[in-house]
Design a protein around this ligand. Structure first.
Ligand code: ADP
Length: 184
C-alpha cells in the first residue's frame, strides 16, 4: 500500500493507490473524452457514481459552450452529483500518437487548466487520476513526469490549492509515480 505525503510550496501533496471516485475532496478531475457524455475507465466510474445530474450538466456545457466537443487540454466544471467530491472538473487528455503530435504540451495543459478552474472556484483540495494513460495510450512514465512537474510548478507559483492528491489505480502506476516524485 502506497501513501506518500510531501509539501510543494504551501500545498500538501499525496500519492495514493485507489479509486478516484472514493475521494473526499473539493474537486476530483475526470479523464473525460471530448464528447463529455461518458465513456470507460475513470469517466465511466465518475458518471456511474456521480449519477444522471452530472450527465445533464455535461450536456448543457456541450450545448452552451462546446457544441463540437471539449478540445484536448481544456477543462470544465460541474457539480459532484452523488459523489463525495463536491465538484467534478472534466478534462480531455491527448490521445497518444507517438509523441510528436504535441501530446506533452496538451497533457500539461490538462493539469494546469484543471488547477486554474479549481482555484477560480475557490476549491481547496483536488484529486487527479493519471490522465491519458488508459484508453488514450500515453506511456505511464512520460505522463507521470509531466503530471508531477506541471502540478509542482503550478502550486509553487500560485500557493494554491491547499492539497493535491494523485490517485493511481494500480500498484504498478503508483510505483512509477513514487519513483519520479522521490527524485524531484
Ligand atoms: P484516458 O482515456 O485519459 O486514458 P482512462 O480512464 O482510460 O483515461 O485511464 C486513465 C488512468 O486511470 C489509467 O491508468 C486507468 O487505469 C486509471 N483508472 C481507471 N479507472 C479509475 C478509477 N476509478 N480511479 C482512478 N483511476 C482509474
Amino acid at each position: 500500500m502506497l501513501n506518500v505525503r510531501l509539501i510543494w510550496g504551501r500545498t500538501a501533496v499525496h500519492l495514493v493507490k485507489g479509486d478516484i471516485t472514493d475521494q473526499d475532496v473539493d474537486a476530483l478531475v475526470n479523464a473525460a473524452n471530448s464528447t463529455l457524455l461518458g465513456g470507460g475507465g475513470v469517466d465511466g466510474a465518475v458518471h456511474r457514481r456521480g449519477g444522471p445530474k452530472l450527465l445533464e450538466e455535461c450536456k448543457l456545457i456541450r450545448q452552451r459552450d462546446w457544441p463540437l466537443g471539449l478540445p484536448s487540454g481544456e477543462a470544465v466544471i460541474t457539480s459532484g452529483g452523488n459523489l463525495k467530491a463536491k465538484r467534478v472538473i472534466h478534462t480531455v487528455g491527448p490521445i497518444w500518437r507517438g509523441g510528436n503530435s504535441g501530446e506533452a504540451s496538451v497533457l500539461a495543459s490538462c493539469y494546469r487548466n484543471s488547477l486554474k478552474v479549481a482555484i477560480k472556484e475557490g476549491l481547496r483540495s483536488v484529486a487527479f487520476p493519471s490522465i491519458s494513460t488508459g484508453a488514450f495510450g500515453y506511456p505511464i512514465k512520460d505522463a507521470a513526469r509531466i503530471a508531477l512537474q506541471t502540478v509542482k510548478e503550478f502550486v509553487e507559483r500560485e500557493g494554491r490549492p491547499e492539497s493535491v492528491v494523485f490517485v493511481l489505480f494500480s500498484e504498478e502506476d503508483a510505483g512509477v509515480y513514487r519513483d519520479i516524485i522521490s527524485s524531484m
